[in-house]
Write a protein that binds this ligand. Structure first.
Ligand code: APR
Ligand code: PHB
Length: 406
């Protein structure tokens, strides 16, 4: 089999890339290890920043998001039992975020690709990459006497943090930058109406808590916990009691309901540089991870593939490899700013084991500053709604959107 772009992974990065390439008339094949049902049901991130929302709308995959997504123009920071709103609309000149689950984005993109005759293959095992430093890289998959080969012009490694693409790059090429945090998040999905119209990030002496949501009847909540926390030690009652404590505010309690999903995730910051090797380009979680406190993981994955699709578009339109050569450099500027923001939100809001009195006072001063200085609040707001998309992408997308207006 032959294609122009071989894409490993049908998460937001792989599917959005395939969609953006299709809009420019570039063919791709997406190979996904799990079943369609599994990727469409996996509970992951839920905040789309303004750049991601706009891209979904302008490229024709935003209809359900517009119908079902919850548009928010602010968040609350809660500490010392009182809430302080960060008003995104006012601070950023009208921008906001949309609460819409990652698996819904995945459903919309999968449907769009399949409806357009796109090739997305699920349950593909034993994927391996070959000849990455040649003009004809290949993907082999499906072992045990049933092996196939996909010959490509380029390969996009969109296979998440545990994929095989990053590790297919020879030793010594990549430099890894990482930081582990001494805690994790215990997350739940509960059949309960959200207890607040907007997200609440709570700083508490017992640890961080976050109130989020998925719909008017479904709440998503998180508690800071140990990295190796045993979820079996957390009964529903214990979870709700702890959430009530940490999200406490004057005269307010959380609406409780049946917990329908729960799990623990570790917190990590990670960047692999460069994000390319020969004809392989890494995008999304395969190249970088952020702790979820800034809600940037999904949005960064989408921003990467915008750059990659523009670079591949240039290559096929005019044979110009300039942007392809600069892919990693262009992406990393945004990636590192998102790393900085996610690290900053995490360190401002969590309890650290060595939280002595000095650090606690400093965190409270930081929260006081962010919620009382317009300059500081603007810094949070503009990062949360998403820093401007690289002009290279905006210009490129405008060209092909003009050719096929939606
Ligand atoms: N072969 C084929 N597919 C693979 C392989 C493999 N060897 N390894 C992993 N995959 C698939 C996974 O099953 C998954 O569906 O690649 C996909 C990667 O998707 P994501 O992990 O969602 O990564 P990405 O598309 O980069 O999106 C980043 O995911 O975890 C969140 O916070 C993160 O929201 C962000 C988003
Ligand atoms: C979520 O709704 O899952 C969510 C929201 C905000 C975050 C992280 C996760 O910072």
């Amino acid at each position: 089999m032959r294609t122009q772009i071989g894409i490993v992974g049908a998460g937001p990065a792989g599917l959005m890339l395939s969609h953006l390439l299709h809009l420019q008339g570039i063919e791709s094949v997406v190979l996904e290890k799990h079943s369609r049902r599994y990727v469409e049901e996996r509970v992951r991130a839920g905040v789309l920043d303004q750049g991601t929302v706009d891209l979904m709308l302008t490229t024709g995959v935003g209809r359900r998001m517009k119908e079902l997504g919850l548009v928010h123009y602010g968040i609350e920071l809660r500490f010392l039992n009182s809430g302080h709103r960060i008003d995104f609309k006012d601070l950023t000149g009208g921008l906001g975020i949309t609460i819409y689950a990652q698996q819904e984005v995945v459903k919309d993109l999968t449907n769009a690709r399949l409806a357009a005759g796109g090739q997305v293959f699920f349950e593909v095992g034993d994927v391996s990459l070959h000849d990455l430093d040649s003009q004809r890289p290949k993907i082999r998959y499906g072992g045990d006497g049933d092996a196939s080969e996909l010959q490509c012009d380029f390969i996009a490694g969109c296979d998440g943090s545990h994929g095989i693409c990053r590790s297919s790059i020879p030793n010594g090429v990549l430099t890894i930058f990482e930081r582990d945090y001494p805690f994790g998040w215990l997350g739940i999905l509960a059949e309960a109406p959200p207890s607040s119209d907007e997200l609440i990030y709570a700083y508490h002496e017992r640890g961080f808590a976050l109130l989020s949501m998925r719909s008017p009847t479904l709440s998503r909540l998180y508690l800071q916990c140990r990295r190796d926390e045993d979820i079996n030690e957390w009964s529903d009652d214990k979870i709700w009691t702890e959430l009530q404590r940490r999200l406490a505010a004057k005269k307010r309690t959380l609406v409780e309901g049946p917990i329908i999903q729960k799990g623990v995730t570790g917190m990590r910051s990670f960047v692999a540089e460069p994000m390319q090797y020969g004809r392989l380009f890494l995008a999304g979680d395969s190249a970088h991870i952020v702790p979820p406190t800034g809600a940037k993981g999904l949005n960064l994955a989408v921003a990467d593939v915008r750059v990659l699709s523009a670079a591949l578009g240039d290559f096929y339109a005019s044979g110009d490899s300039d942007l392809l050569n600069k892919y990693s450099e262009v992406c990393l500027r945004r990636v590192w700013k998102a790393q900085r923001f996610s690290w900053w939100m995490t360190s401002m809001l969590h309890r650290f084991d060595d939280n002595g009195t000095y650090d606690r006072r400093r965190q409270l001063a930081e929260l006081d500053y962010v919620t009382s200085s317009r300059a500081a609040a603007t810094t949070l707001a503009e990062n949360y709604v998403g820093l401007p998309i690289d002009p290279i992408c905006v210009e490129h997308e405008r060209k092909y959107q003009e050719r096929s207006p939606r």
